[in-house]
Write a protein of this length. Structure first.
Length: 178
């Protein structure tokens, strides 16, 4: 194995961790399997992270920041609350493999569960803000839209465009009820 502590930085390890979690699950989030994946010694891992729990915490923090930044950008880019509502719901219905893996990991890992809860709370707030601007104040509507959007990710091999279209139809239905 090559010496990579001077070449690989923490971001490289986090990127490898994201890929490993998405493809192989949380058991792949250990120094040895990650070092094998990167074709380096695990000494590089410990140069950047105190231990595996510290690495996992950094991975979750990175995911959380990215997930909230993407959601905030989608929310902020729209001037029309209807377009914002639809865009957010469709984005949440087409999550990447890494987020789906984090959500699955949250069933057995307290830190992942807390990260998912924070992301979900913020996203629900974004949806509720758009709904309130439209004139729909019932907080259950944001929960229904979000739960349906997240659930779309678990429906077999459905194409992302099909999930986006389906959640768009739900948004249209909610808007028709106002």
């Amino acid at each position: 194995m090559q010496r990579a502590s001077s070449r690989l930085g923490p971001k490289d390890w986090l990127k490898a961790g994201a890929k490993a979690l998405a493809s192989d699950g949380p058991d792949a989030l250990k120094a040895e399997p990650l070092a094998v994946r990167l074709k380096v010694s695990k000494g590089s891992f410990y140069w950047h992270f105190r231990d595996v729990p510290a690495f996992q915490k950094s991975l979750l923090e990175e995911w959380e920041v990215n997930a909230l930044t993407q959601s905030g950008n989608a929310r902020g880019a729209m001037e029309n609350p209807v377009t914002t509502l639809r865009s957010l719901a469709q984005a949440f219905a087409t999550l990447d493999k890494f987020e789906l893996a984090v959500r699955s990991w949250a069933n057995s890992h307290k830190g992942a569960r807390r990260s998912v809860e924070r992301v979900d709370a913020t996203r629900l707030g974004f949806l509720q803000d758009a709904l309130t601007e439209i004139g729909i104040e019932n907080p259950e509507m944001s929960q229904i839209i979000y739960a349906a959007a997240i659930g779309m990710n678990g429906i077999g091999k459905q194409a992302p465009k099909d999930s986006a279209a389906a959640i768009g139809s739900l948004v249209d239905l909610v808007l028709a009820l106002r």
